[in-house]
Design a protein around this ligand. Sequence first.
Ligand SMILES: N[C@@H](CCC(=O)N[C@@H](CS)C(=O)NCC(=O)O)C(=O)O
Length: 224
Amino acid sequence: MSYGRQFTLFNHKGGPNGWYVAFIFEELGLTYENVFPEINMRAHKGPEDLVKYNPNGRIPALIDHGNNDFVIWESNAIIQYIVDKYDKERKISFAPGTEEYYTQLQWLYFQGSGQGPYFGQLVWFILYHPEKPQSVLDRYTNETKRVLGVLEGVLSKQEWLAGNKLTIADISFFTWNEIIVASFLENFDFENEFPVTAKWHKRILERPAIKKIWDERARLSAQK
Ligand SMILES: N[C@@H](CCC(=O)N[C@@H](CS)C(=O)NCC(=O)O)C(=O)O
């Protein structure tokens, strides 16, 4: 694995979480190889080779060949590791110990506990769950919109989530927002319902590094 690149990233062509790790690599000009283990979403079980690196059997997981093959998993722990170690110019992060660093961390926790699980469960019930209980669909739809409302309230007062620049905190929300807004909310008009969040989302997508990786995901997930 790695083919001369610094990192091996266990990723999923269609899933959201691995791609925002790829965004960070692209933003920082770091080299990596994507590996796509066969993940069976319905069985909810990772393949053996993935479990070797991530006991939770999910993607993303990362190997840093430039650091003695150090292994780390959980998307937000991964991106925190990458910027703490390799974003020395603080292009998309704040330095450990600063107040902005903790604000950045706060948003990463909120992404991992507030956005990811609720958006993920909404997709699970729409795509994979055999029954479609309306009360459950309502619960996750309402929570998804509530989370978007939290972002809307904060972004109405500031341009970025942490400090005065785009950071990993903003980037961490992008993939789930894009997937949910594009396909999983009925009769939903992002620009109308959450105008400030929609503009922030667009500003992130307009960054060349993000656009490049997002296009690559579209190309790969369209392959059979
Ligand atoms: N909290 C985890 C979530 C990881 C996760 O759920 N990954 C999905 C793909 S984006 C997965 O591996 N799913 C496989 C399964 O559900 O069996 C993280 O952020 O890394």
